[in-house]
Design a protein around this ligand. Structure first.
Ligand code: NAP
Ligand code: GDD
Length: 327
């Protein structure tokens, strides 16, 4: 077992919770950054769901506040730092482009600066994104595919991505980017399309709703499971050399086909309930994403373990249970 200390920003989010669970299983002492909100008591619901809330140490601060990040890094003296905090919802990034730039872009530099200043020997992971490929320049995207972001979120992630590379090259930090394609789970925020679908289907099944309103159902995504993807994050920081890796399944599916899996799982017909709402279309769309995880497979020994069908069924089942408990 390890006696290493890990610091996770974004520990209250989907990936932060799964990563905390993985690192605790490996014997790490796990520290997380939590921003203050008025939602005391519910901010750690994902960690509770995974049964690890009592085992992590949470620290108040904000990625936007360099002073709080400096103090946090000084106090924790981490061996590994995972920067997962972000304004991560693409749609919101058109409504709040400046805030998205500050958190998702500049926020990464606040933590890079803190690591460089206080513990330059620590290993650093940056949560980069397939959204950076945007208007795809190659049918299958790899580490060598040129980027063409299509949202303020994608542009902000690209800045953080290149700053991570810059700190690696300028200061010799062990800093790696994981270019992760979409990954989901029962802990996914309900604003993202998979969870919106699984929650919506569960509500229709339980008689709590009649329709499910979606936008562009022709968009295609390469969807994997968050539980599998956090393993790749950890593996990147165990390598002798820092580097950048695409993490994906190598299979792409339309939103409509993903939706059909959810409806089929509860014995309902998608065409009886799905409503297309033009208001949900985006100002600029990423039509298709399909990743090539060959480098992660050969160098890290990483494999996606959960097929889309199994993941969507797991999510629908979890939403049914959640909703039944709530009534
Ligand atoms: P998520 O569920 O939206 O979690 C985002 C986390 O960031 C939350 O813990 C949130 O805290 C925190 N955060 C936001 N602003 C902050 C601030 N100013 N200071 C401190 N913390 C702040 O996202 P996720 O799906 O777990 O994704 C994790 C990371 O991977 C994100 O950077 C995301 O952009 C990136 N990514 C995700 C995917 C994916 O498909 N899931 C793919 C590629 C990259 P609150 O709980 O207070 O909101
Ligand atoms: N959210 C949402 N809601 N998306 C919809 C809807 C809807 O009602 N209807 C159709 N979609 C389409 C979107 O237009 C998009 O093409 C696709 O479903 C996926 O949308 P999201 O689930 O919101 O994810 P995303 O691909 O925009 O972004 C996620 O993946 C990125 C990696 O590629 C987020 O997790 C990002 O943080 C992440 O970086």
């Amino acid at each position: 077992m390890s006696s290493k200390r890990a610091l996770i920003t974004g520990i209250t989010g989907q990936d932060g919770a799964y990563l905390a669970q993985l690192l605790l299983q490996k014997g790490y002492s796990v520290h997380g950054l939590v921003r203050r909100s008025s939602h005391a008591g519910v901010f750690d619901h994902r960690l509770k769901w995974l049964g690890c809330a009592a085992d992590v140490r949470l620290h108040d601060g904000n990625l936007l506040d360099l002073s709080s990040i400096l103090r946090l890094v000084q106090e924790v003296q981490p061996d590994e730092v995972y920067n997962l905090a972000a304004q991560s919802f693409v749609t919101a990034s058109w409504q709040q482009p400046l805030l998205t730039g500050q958190i998702t872009g500049l926020g990464a530099v606040n933590i890079l600066e803190s690591v460089r200043t206080i513990c330059p020997q620590a290993r650093f992971y940056q949560a980069s994104s397939s959204e950076m490929f945007g208007l795809i320049q190659e049918t299958v995207q790899s580490e060598n595919t040129p980027f063409y972001p299509r949202s303020p979120y994608g542009v902000a992630k690209l800045y953080a991505h290149w700053m991570t590379i810059n700190y690696r090259e300028s200061f010799g930090l062990h800093a790696s980017n994981g270019i992760l394609f979409n990954h989901e789970s029962p802990l996914r925020g309900v604003e993202f399309v998979t969870r919106k679908v699984t929650d919506g289907v569960a509500r229709i099944k339980l008689g709590m709703a009649k329709e499910l309103r979606l936008g562009n159902i022709d968009a295609k995504r390469d969807w994997g499971h968050a539980r599998d993807y956090v393993k790749a994050m950890w593996l990147m920081l165990q390598q002798d050399q820092p580097d950048d890796y695409v993490v994906a399944t190598g299979r792409t599916t339309t939103v409509r086909a993903m939706c059909e899996i959810a409806f089929r799982h509860v014995g309902l017909n998608i065409d009886d309930h799905l409503v297309i709402d033009p208001a949900l279309f985006r100002p600029a769309e990423v039509d298709v994403l399909l990743g090539n995880p060959a480098k992660a497979q050969s160098v890290l020994g990483w494999q996606p373990e959960t097929p889309l069908e199994a993941m969507i069924e797991e999510m629908v089942t979890a939403d049914l249970e959640r909703l039944r408990r709530a009534v």
